[in-house]
Design a protein around this ligand. Structure first.
Ligand SMILES: Nc1ncnc2c1ncn2[C@@H]1O[C@H](COP(=O)(O)OP(=O)(O)O)[C@@H](O)[C@H]1O
Ligand SMILES: [Mg+2]
Length: 124
């Protein structure tokens, strides 16, 4: 992901690959399930830097995708048949993210967010 690479994370590193998967799943859900005709979705990426105090806290990345359909919420579906093509996105998010959740975005939207640890740190 260009933005994380610009911020100094290795483009082919695990952190960037994981972030790309999380962005892809949350953005796909905003488009498929959260879409309101004529309205866009909003992606925001926020890095919270590592602290060097004791105890050391690693850097984290928060990925937030806002859509305009506030009344429909993400609902993880239980593991399904191996051949099912739907219902895997939030399982991927649950597996890769340290935390994820949904919050209202007044007046009528919502934000689905996921946070992940950025191992390795920026190469700066
Ligand atoms: N942004 C969203 N807005 C509304 N509903 C959502 C959103 N994201 C996910 N959902 C709901 O959660 C379900 C599970 O999502 P997911 O695991 O990604 O499966 P899939 O997208 O393949 O249906 C979706 O089928 C949908 O009902
Ligand atoms: Mg999905």
């Amino acid at each position: 992901m260009q933005q994380l690479a610009d911020w100094g994370w290795a483009r082919d590193g695990e952190a960037v690959k994981t972030a790309a998967l999380l962005v892809a799943e949350l953005a796909a859900n905003a488009v498929v399930h959260g879409r309101v005709a004529g309205r866009d979705f909003l992606l925001s990426l926020t890095v919270r830097p590592a602290t060097t105090a004791v105890p050391t806290v690693p850097a984290t990345l928060r990925i937030a995708v806002s859509d305009c359909r506030g009344k429909r919420l993400p609902t993880p579906v239980p593991a399904s048949r191996p051949t099912d093509e739907r219902g895997r996105g939030l399982l991927i998010v649950e597996t890769l993210a340290a935390h994820w959740g949904t919050e209202p975005r007044p007046p009528s939207g919502k934000t689905v967010w996921a946070e992940m640890v950025l191992e390795g740190g920026a190469a700066r």
